[in-house]
Design a protein around this ligand. Structure first.
Ligand SMILES: [Zn+2]
Ligand SMILES: [Zn+2]
Length: 242
């Protein structure tokens, strides 16, 4: 029903940019050229583990301080853009109101990131970071699942939305520090069928990498269930390292 109303409104009203709300000109779709040009895509040098971009351009890729001091269960995490400016705005809107333009735009960008860092044949399975059923009911959709579906269509790697589940509803962790986030997510994920993961290479998919506590906990649970390797791909990365 909501999709139908959205379509009727789209037909009646001139469409607006999903980032800055400026009315779009004829031929423009979803995001205006100005916002598109302001999105910063992540480039090296990066942390070899968590993928955090380093500010200094003069250095080589290497593990960042946070990855050297805290164990990471995933082998490598990569993100496509910086979580700031128009990309942050677009992700934020899309989280609370699904926009089909953004779903496919993000899917395309994720697929580009995937081809850049990995490539065909790298994984057996895509797994979205799950939402607890209560949050899912409130929101109506899981943004990570939408991304995994989009990526699956473009890479032909199957995705599973049931193998990894969230059993404890944690509060949104936006304001917590890394250590508190780690504690907050501990024990909140579980696997439905261990045997489906044995020896499998997994790519975890989510929208934003913040401290990495959530994807790290998911990776730990997946490895424990027998997965051979877990990597992470997110649309955006929220941390910049000096
Ligand atoms: Zn705009
Ligand atoms: Zn790192």
């Amino acid at each position: 029903m909501r999709a139908l109303i959205e379509r009727v409104l789209q037909f009646l009203l001139p469409s607006q940019c999903h980032c800055c709300e400026r009315f779009l000109e004829e031929g423009q779709k979803g995001i205006c050229p100005d916002c598109l040009s302001k999105i910063r895509w992540i480039e090296p040098p990066l942390c070899t583990l968590c993928g955090a971009p380093f500010l200094s351009r003069e250095i080589e890729n290497h593990p960042c301080g946070a990855c050297l001091t805290r164990r990471k269960y995933f082998t490598m995490a990569r993100a496509v853009g910086y979580y700031e400016g128009p990309l942050r705005e677009a992700i934020h809107r899309w989280k609370y109101e699904e926009k089909s333009y953004l779903t496919s735009f993000f899917g395309e960008k994720l697929a580009e990131g995937f081809c850049h860092y990995w490539g065909p044949g790298s994984f057996d399975l895509l797994i979205p970071v799950p939402l607890h059923s209560k949050r899912l009911r409130d929101r109506g959709f899981n943004q990570a699942l939408l991304l995994a579906k989009e990526l699956s269509q473009r890479t032909r790697i199957p995705y599973s939305k049931r193998l990894l589940q969230k059993r404890i509803s944690t509060l949104p962790q936006v304001h917590l520090s890394g250590r508190k986030r780690e504690k907050g997510v501990k024990g909140s994920f579980h696997i439905q069928r261990d045997e489906a993961l044995k020896g499998k290479t997994i790519l975890l998919v989510d929208d934003v990498y913040t401290t990495g506590a959530t994807v790290n906990e998911c990776s730990k649970v997946l490895l424990k269930a027998g997965a051979e390797r877990v990597d992470v791909l997110t649309l955006a990365h929220a941390i910049k390292i000096t």
